[in-house]
Design a protein around this ligand. Sequence first.
Ligand code: SAM
Length: 333
Amino acid sequence: ASQEPDLVDIPAPKRHAGDVGVVVEHYNARPDVGIVQRLDSPIIGLKNFNNWVKSVLITRFGHPALQKSIVAGQLNGPGRPRMARGKVLDLGCGKGGDMTKWAKAHVKELLGADIAAVSIDQAKGRWSTLSQPRFDASFAAIDCYTQPISKAFPPAKLVQPFDVVSMQFCMHYAFETVQKARCMLENVSRYLRPGGVFIGTIPNAELLLENLDSIPPTSEELSFGNSVYKITFESRERPMFGHKYWFFLQDAVENVPEYVVHWDNFVQMAADYGLHLVYKEEFHQVFEEHQDHPEFKPLLVRMKVVDNEGASAMDEDQWEAANIYIAFAFEKR
Ligand code: SAM
């Protein structure tokens, strides 16, 4: 791979209106603290766990050679072949936090897009300082929920289809409107090859709505949470799109507007784009399924989710907050 990322500078609009503006400013303003300062985070255990779940998802599903076993729902042991020099689209890539995971998956090429231009600059920086940039990379600042990605990347970059599209902790922002959700799905599916995989992590609608239902009718604030996170709904109504709540996560997300991804609706829409569900689990379940796996168990220790004695780096509140999320994988057919 070349040493310089293939930089595609599409000027992003300076300011975005409405909720999108709040989201962009929030992510643009969050400092890229680097690994050393990150260790000081009060929720470092939870952050490490989220990264472990993403590693599991990327290793298990972001691997074209595993297509057949994905459909069969099997797990492969260690020593199996790694991604055969695949091509990845990381939508909502942020500061490029998954770059090392993709390097370990032996990808050949990665295209990263995010609406937050500052984060994209940081992702470019992170790519260029990878100890061994083993893959080519292009990055673009673009609103992936209102614009086709062909506006951000030159046609030559899109000739060869993607093997994997990844959307980590970001797809729910598209569910503000049906148009945005459809634009997002079009971007996911358009350049994904048949047999290719779409992986992601989003908040669990079922859990959010159960918690909303259990708020007493007399309560003025439609909130729930613990010392680590707080979710505040706008109303008790349940629109399919634009079902808004504010999310607070200690040392990570400060009251950013987000939208419920009504799961069955999403799965049905995805089918319109040739995307079919092969995996969906809550994060606690991902842990249960993979904690004793010969590859992912040692990874729990290496990623400091548990210590050498097997003790968790998360307190109870972090562990509860971890299960707000689900991981999914779809296959393009
Ligand atoms: N995927 C990265 C990760 O796992 O570290 C970043 C996740 S961060 C919680 C959510 C990201 O979604 C932010 O970087 C934000 O800018 C991005 N995002 C939100 N709305 C977007 C949009 N319309 N188009 C592209 N990216 C968007």
